[in-house]
Write a protein that binds this ligand. Sequence first.
Ligand code: GDP
Ligand code: IMO
Ligand code: MG
Length: 425
Amino acid sequence: MSNIVIVGAQWGDEGKGKIVDLLSGDIQYVVRFQGGNNAGHTIIVDGKKYVLHLVPSGILHDGKVCLIGNGVVLDPVIFAHELDVLAGQGVDVSPSRLKVSAKTHLIMPYHKALDMAREKAAAEKKIGTTGRGIGPCYEDKAARIGIRAADLADLSLLKAKIATALREKNVLLASCYGVDPLGVEEVFAEIAPLASRLLPYLTDVSSELEAARKAGKKALFEGAQGTHLDVDHGTYPFVTSSNTVAGNTAAGTGFAGSGKDRIIGILKAYTTRVGEGPFPTELHDAVGETLRRNGGEFGATTGRPRRCGWQDIVLLRESVRLNGLTEIALTKLDVLSGLSEIKICVAYEYRGQRTDYPPQEENGLGAVTPVYENMPGWSEPLEQYTSFAQLPEAARAYVRRLEELAGVPITLVSVGPDREQTISR
Ligand code: GDP
Ligand code: IMO
Ligand code: MG
């Protein structure tokens, strides 16, 4: 069986949701393995817009089973809300086609309070998190005081765990950040009523996937965020709190895999980043503004404007290696239409020397100067094209050059947000 792993090759928002939706046509299981509702995927099908934060992007296809693995952190309030929104849009989100690992950690109100309080106190030094409590929830998981989805089946255990967590959290909130402490009863009263809503969705994701494998079914593992937001391999400390790389599919689902996966990196034709942190190819000029406007580069989760810049091959090669990418899906090529010239960063100047690798030390990436190669742009819009051969020669040359520099084939080229606006190569 050949499974598919999809990961972001940059700093998130590469268009993973669109490509997951597209490729889940031939797949029976679509599985999230990390992250939480810091993710925001906008998917357009036949002109209708869906925004997903927790529910896997395969949900828009009938007959797929969507799984949320143990590596995800799940906010029960947001999960219930997302189910309501999708049901209102006519999507079947019943427990027969959407299941959550009983081992998934829950984001609690104090995680969100702490995330926001820390960011506010850090002021200029903030990470620019989504404020969704992601980091504090993963901290509690590692500290072994986390609350897992299965705990909702035992409300006295739930209350006792909330009390344990709040003993420390309230000291932090009140003493370090001057925020009102949270009461055990207040937190319990917010979460406990969601138990009956969530419990029907709980399952053993690892066993489900093993049974699927034995039955010859295929799974698609849907990464959230992007490679350079990985807690180990990304631009630390300006990262998220999970491993976003493809290797985390095993730990984040309990499925060891077949060893024959297609590992697809989703790459935007240019680069964007939301939040703080180094971004060597960032544009602070009219071209950056044009990319933001033409690409609609505003976050699906927080609405923040995304920082925009040129393609960065140094970081892309890292992504190829860190994930073991077997192919790349290139998105938003249409957004580059109208630019007279397109730049590709092929190396960095760092401390007077040319280098092909990002510096490893903290702040190193913030001190590099990109070395650019220039390519001619094209003027015509690309949205209407359905084959690679129809694209203007300059657009084809740009795709071929990226492929050559990355050392991995670009098998899909996306020229618009709709499922249909995709060229297979
Ligand atoms: P994700 O988090 O990686 O799934 O990406 P987001 O959904 O946050 O951001 C990608 C945005 O670009 C969404 O609004 C998509 O609808 C849109 N999009 C995806 N592919 C294309 C494309 O090829 N062209 C254009 N113009 N928009 C695209
Ligand atoms: P998708 O799946 C882009 C960024 C935040 C911040 C950093 C840490 O839509 O691509 P966190 O809330 O995770 O502690 O924030 O990570 N970030 C994302 N940026 N796309 C995302 O998800 C992101 N999820 C987190 O902006 O810089
Ligand atoms: Mg997104």
